[in-house]
Write a protein that binds this ligand. Structure first.
Ligand code: ADP
Length: 179
């Protein structure tokens, strides 16, 4: 599914965030220490190689909602943008911190003249954010931010399973009805 918002194409696909070779940057659902760990962070560090953890070390720790950028090393992407999402119900207000994570990732991308960015569903794994609530915040934030972006022209949400993809498509159809 894809929609056009201003100059930005917003797309929803099912897939693996480490296998998006046409995107200039991918976003990592990082931990505060920017270390490999499980889930998205584990997959990204495995694919990027050990240079990624080395590059991250001086940038850590980061706070919920914050975003930092590194090269992609052995990934097919030029950059990895690392963001820390909120732990649902512990880092509060979780909705605002999740919106900050998406907004700050887009700002960092734009500041680096990045044209295309792929996001996973931040905070919806071990951080426990319910998928539909997270999708509302994520998609609403990207749609709001789209008109302010100078360089970013393509934003892709890469959802790991069919259920997550379906939820995002339903939420986007509701936020941005097409005729
Ligand atoms: P968080 O700690 O922010 O909750 P996780 O990495 O635990 O982050 O999970 C975030 C979401 O990403 C979950 O919905 C999970 O199913 C999904 N996910 C896990 N691995 C991948 C991957 N390789 N590509 C895309 N999404 C993934």
């Amino acid at each position: 599914m894809r929609v056009e918002k201003g100059n930005v194409t917003l797309e929803i696909v099912q897939g693996d965030i480490t296998k998006q070779p046409d995107m200039e940057a991918i976003v990592n659902a990082a931990n505060a220490e920017l270390m490999p760990g499980g889930g998205v962070a584990g997959a990204i560090h495995r694919a990027a190689g050990p240079e990624l953890a080395e590059a991250c070390r001086p940038l850590a720790p980061i706070r919920p909602g914050q975003a930092v950028i590194t090269p992609g090393f052995r990934l097919p992407n030029r950059y990895v943008i690392h963001v820390l999402g909120p732990v649902y119900g512990r880092d509060v207000p979780s909705d605002r911190l999740l919106a900050d994570a998406y907004r700050n990732a887009l700002k960092v991308a734009d500041a680096h003249k990045v044209r295309s960015v792929a996001f996973p569903a931040i905070s919806t794994g071990v951080f426990g954010y319910p998928m539909e609530e997270a999708a509302q915040v994520a998609l609403k934030t990207v749609l709001e931010e789209a008109s302010r972006l100078q360089h970013v022209r393509h934003v892709r949400f890469v959802l790991f399973d069919e259920r997550a993809r379906d939820i995002h498509e339903k939420v986007l159809a509701h936020l941005e009805p097409t005729t």
